[in-house]
Design a protein around this ligand. Structure first.
Ligand code: ATP
Length: 346
């Protein structure tokens, strides 16, 4: 069987790490036909829009995509997409992709790999981030000169579906506990709604433990003892921040993969951004995208190949011979991909 999958090479380090991931996927022997989708900076250059209509059509048609990171410039304009007569504003191109495909659940497994020195004992946490609402709803206004406002949108419908997703994910992957991070003491209507909804839904899954913590207390507890946590359920902005925090706990942003899931489509991408500071230097760590590709294979039902890639990455990190500078190595992005291909072929 041949899979047809959309490929977004991305900006910054995107093309370099995507090339590495393609090389590793090819080594698995799986038949994949890639359909390239132009988005972000390259699409802006060619079509004068970061998210052209035909790119969205391809993503919807193929349903599964592997995505390199896309640059989000500070202070850039929202991405506007036409919906009939209305225009919908998305705060960034990354957010636009998730929201246009209704990929509401962003799953980011954060795992320590033996052999990599970190400050903490082995960590195995899943971050589940709702990615269609909250402060990244695209509703940001300049009220007047010197006064600006962003709306933190929270709906019961979105809280319900992400909470059900959390418990179903926990059941499927043997997670024992779901912890909701929020600030419901201050944001009583928005975070309060998420907390109330999650508590109600938790009763339907008595086999999974449910608890909640204020987001500040959760940060403190994570730094003190990250091994105490299992699956973290978070709204959009808290999930964004805690993803980087947890990636730091296991040693590098270059090790944090991710997948975005909806009813119809899914998009697999690393947690990190386009890292323009190191773009073109051939030193970007490709492992987060390679591990995202492994999540993609698992989603496609190719669990043996998915596990093979994850084991290969674990071996590469254990051996510590071929690592990029973020992991205190001196190898290039391509060296890492070639070494992984060698390990997979043994
Ligand atoms: P975004 O807002 O899109 O997440 P950002 O600018 O906050 O982007 P990143 O692009 O993720 O952040 O980069 C943060 C830091 O981590 C940068 O110094 C970057 O070089 C480094 N970094 C990110 N990804 C990698 C990687 N794959 N390999 C090595 N270093 C990386």
């Amino acid at each position: 069987m041949t899979y047809t999958i959309s490929l977004i090479r991305g900006d910054g380090i995107g093309p370099e790490i995507t090339e590495a991931a393609l090389k590793v996927l090819e080594a698995t022997g799986l038949a994949i036909e890639w359909e390239e989708v132009l988005l972000g900076e390259e699409a802006k250059k060619k079509y004068d829009h970061p998210f052209p209509d035909h790119s969205l059509e391809i993503l919807k048609k193929n349903r599964v995509a592997l995505k390199g990171p896309l640059i989000v410039h500070k202070g850039s304009e929202p991405v506007m997409i036409k919906h009939g007569k209305e225009m919908m504003a998305h705060p960034s191109i990354n957010s636009a992709i998730r929201r246009e495909l209704d990929c509401f659940a962003n799953v980011r497994p954060i795992k320590s790999f033996p052999g990599l020195p970190t400050r903490y004992p082995p960590i195995d946490i899943v971050i589940l981030r709702e990615v269609t609402e909250d402060l990244y709803s695209g509703l940001e206004h300049q009220v007047e000169d010197g006064v600006a406002q962003a709306i933190k949108l929270t709906t019961r419908k979105a809280c319900e579906r992400i909470t059900h997703f959390a418990f179903q994910y926990a059941k499927k992957y043997g997670r024992k506990r779901v912890t909701l991070g929020h600030k419901a003491n201050v944001l009583s209507l928005t975070d309060g709604l998420f907390l109330k909804t999650a508590k109600e839904i938790a009763k339907k899954y008595p086999e999974i433990q449910f608890d909640d913590l204020m987001i500040d207390a959760l940060c403190f507890q994570l730094i003190r003892d990250p091994t105490a946590f299992d699956l973290l359920l978070l709204s959009n902005q808290y999930g964004d921040i805690l993803s980087d925090l947890c990636a730091g706990l296991v040693g590098s942003l270059g090790l944090a993969p991710g997948g975005n899931f909806g009813e119809e489509c899914s998009v697999f991408e690393a947690s990190h951004g386009a890292a323009p500071d190191i773009a073109g230097k051939k030193i970007a760590n490709p492992l987060a995208l390679i591990l995202s590709a492994s999540l993609m294979l698992n989603y496609l039902g190719e669990s043996d190949l998915s596990q093979k890639i994850e084991n290969g990455v674990a071996q590469l990190l254990q051996e510590r011979r071929v690592l990029t500078p973020d992991l205190e190595g001196s190898s290039t992005t391509d060296d890492v991909a070639s070494e992984l291909v060698r390990i997979l072929s043994c």
